[in-house]
Design a binder for this molecule. Structure first.
Ligand code: GLP
Length: 247
């Protein structure tokens, strides 16, 4: 029970560890359902995973991939979209079949339908086997923003100010970010494994709050401490403010 912590020397080591973990899940369960975050944190993990899959040749043809979240109103052609990120870094290099990929359609005129369809898919697959997530500067996971209702599954959310500001880093030009669509905290709690990736000094304060502060929806990532098999994989910089450091 709880959130275990793995502290590694640098971003590269974090990424290799995470890629090995994902690779092992794929090998152990070739029909697994895997939910993937986007962002800077998992980028090198996905590059390492692509390498490992190309060399190790596990059967990935029956794996189903779902997206953790998406910016509402941003087209998939925009290089800042989560859709674009996952295709570019993972699905295209691995030649994953379209029918094995389910991402939120952020341009849909029926976002509730998008949420229902995602929740139904997850139920049909008997739940998520592995979630690979990052952490926002405000403690969000996906777009589960501070104050989120922990009972939610997929939902649409008004983005937190910090998310709108920090999120600009993914886009070529200033972009109006207002809402997100995301898997919910119930998906996170019920996933068989959750890997939380964080690197860099900028994440050290929110990592300290996540691991050592009060468990509260004001810092959504703290819910991982109630999980049975969640692991925070950190580099020494992200872990630098922790009181109890475990290597
Ligand atoms: C973004 C995304 C999250 C991501 C997080 C951290 O806003 N919605 O899914 O994990 O914030 O991103 P990064 O890894 O770039 O710091």
């Amino acid at each position: 029970m709880g959130l275990s912590v793995k502290i590694l020397n640098d971003y590269k080591a974090v990424s290799q560890f995470a890629a090995d973990f994902i690779f092992n899940v794929i090998r152990e369960k070739p029909t697994a359902l895997i939910a993937l975050a986007t962002g800077n944190s998992p980028q090198l993990t996905y590059a390492s995973l692509v390498n490992k899959v190309i060399h190790g040749k596990p059967d990935v043809s029956q794996i189903t991939f779902i997206g953790l979240d998406e910016w509402v109103g941003i087209p998939s052609s925009d290089s800042g979209s989560c859709h674009h990120f996952l295709f570019h870094h993972l699905f295209e290099p691995l030649r994953i079949s379209q029918k094995r990929i389910h991402l939120f359609d952020a341009l849909s005129d029926d976002l509730q339908r998008e949420c229902i369809d995602m929740d139904n898919l997850i139920s049909e697959k008997n739940g998520i086997d592995l979630m690979v997530v990052g952490i926002g500067m405000n403690g969000h996971i996906g777009f589960n923003e501070p104050g989120v209702d922990w009972n939610l599954h997929s939902h649409v959310v008004n983005l937190d100010t910090i998310t709108k500001t920090v999120g600009q880093k993914y886009f070529d030009k200033v972009t109006n970010l207002t809402q997100g669509i995301t898997l919910g905290m119930q998906h996170i709690l019920n996933a068989r494994y959750v890997l939380l990736l964080a690197n860099g000094l900028a994440k050290s304060e929110i990592i300290k709050q996540t691991l050592e502060g009060e468990v509260t929806n004001a810092v959504p990532a703290t819910i991982l401490r109630l999980h049975t098999h969640a692991m925070a994989v950190l580099d020494v910089d992200a872990a630098s403010k922790l009181t109890a450091k475990k290597m």
